[in-house]
Ligand binder design. Structure first.
Ligand code: TXA
Ligand code: MG
Length: 352
């Protein structure tokens, strides 16, 4: 097991210092030589290796404990590099890139022949993202331009949104981690498949269906995203796993706020289990469970998205056996929040 080196970024708001750049250069060398480096992006932390080195991709799967049929996202730093990993790129991809890159969008294309199948989980297609985080982009360039990176968590745990959780999961399993502070968005990128006739959203994220419709005439939604009864398998292989799961059993409670509060209070009193509630600022003080976490205000869907994974992990840290969450759905990024919450709950939900 390697000793994991921690690299702290000194520059704030993307103004990297000379020391930062030197440290990132060094981290890039580690990746070019076949090592693994966890790094910040604006969505969640990534676990990076050289996308063109099949041994690096195999090491990523091993470090995460991830099934090797679950493909990795290839991160680039310049749109001009897209054709090095993707084939038959439609014009609309460049329009989407113009509008949403750098940023929280992953697009799926047919893959270039020489990109190893270890990186694409055996598929003929490749997922590509150009992140906006300046540390991520500097690292990608220093690594030779193509960094394969899943989220930097152990398989089955929530994606990490700060270095603390990266270390909890990957200390001793990667060569270095770069600490760039808390993730700005807190949920993984939107995934859009451009290999089907009508572009299809495979994973909702900060770039929403409404955003896509400003560029595309039509966009489809993989129906397995909100519907666990669908007989189809999700088109993004990773979406089939019960991901993002806390250890405690999680139930989502839908309904009018007063009824939700009473329903949850009835079930969190007088039990030997440690109980927890994911509440909002508006309701938090009304709950009596052992652990009550306010995820943010209902008026701030970005704040709620940013806090979700941290709160799921805190429920575990505090040993909570049974967790109830309010419905966190709504428009915009709240749809992505609700998708992750449903997955964390294994679709266990009640309406009161
Ligand atoms: O925001 C993000 O996308 C983060 C940061 C680090 O960039 N990365 C991330 O990677 O969330 P990961 O590996 O945790 O999730 C990638 C998802 C998985 O569900 C995987 O199955 C899907 O993308 N995927 C990757 N390549 C694919 C492909 N060729 N076709 C369909 N789905 C693909
Ligand atoms: Mg992941």
């Amino acid at each position: 097991m390697p000793d994991t080196r921690i690299i702290r970024i000194e520059g704030v708001k993307g103004n990297l210092t000379d020391r930062d750049l030197a440290a990132i250069e060094e981290a890039g060398r580690i990746i070019r030589e076949g090592g693994l480096v966890a790094f910040p992006t604006e969505t969640v932390y990534g676990l990076g290796g050289d996308a063109f080195n099949p041994r690096s991709s195999s090491r990523i799967y091993a470090a995460k404990g991830r099934p090797s049929d679950n493909p990795l996202i290839v991160h680039i730093a310049d749109v001009a590099d897209l054709h090095r990993v993707a084939l038959s790129i439609p014009d609309v991809a460049y329009e989407l890139a113009d509008r949403f890159w750098p940023g929280p969008l992953t697009m799926i294309f047919r893959k270039q022949e020489d990109l190893p199948r270890e990186t694409t989980g055996g598929l003929d297609t490749v997922a590509v993202r150009l992140p906006s985080d300046p540390v991520a982009r500097a690292l990608i360039r220093a690594s030779g331009g193509f960094v394969a990176a899943p989220s930097a968590n152990l398989s089955g745990r929530p994606s990490p949104t700060s270095i603390r959780y990266v270390m909890e999961d990957l200390d001793g399993r990667v060569d270095a981690v770069i600490d760039g502070g808390d993730s700005l968005i807190g949920l993984e990128s939107s995934i859009l498949d451009l290999t089907s006739d009508v572009p299809m959203i495979l994973r909702p994220g900060a770039v929403t269906k409404e955003d896509f419709l400003t560029v595309l005439k039509e966009v489809a939604l993989d129906r397995t995203i909100y519907d666990d009864q669908s007989p189809e398998a999700p088109k993004a292989p990773g979406m089939k796993y019960r991901h993002y799961a806390p250890r405690g059993e999680l139930t989502i409670v839908h309904g009018e706020p007063d009824r939700v509060v009473s329903y949850i209070n009835e079930r969190t009193g007088g039990t030997n289990e440690i109980t927890g509630v994911i509440a909002t600022d508006e309701t938090g003080s009304r709950y009596h469970a052992d652990v009550v976490k306010n995820i943010g205000s209902r008026n701030d869907e970005y704040g709620i998205a940013q806090n979700l994974y941290r709160i799921l992990r805190e429920m575990d840290d505090e040993g909570v056996d049974r967790i109830y969450s309010e419905d966190l759905g709504g428009s915009g990024i709240a749809q992505a929040t609700m998708n992750r919450l449903l997955k964390a709950a294994g679709h266990k939900e009640v309406t009161v």
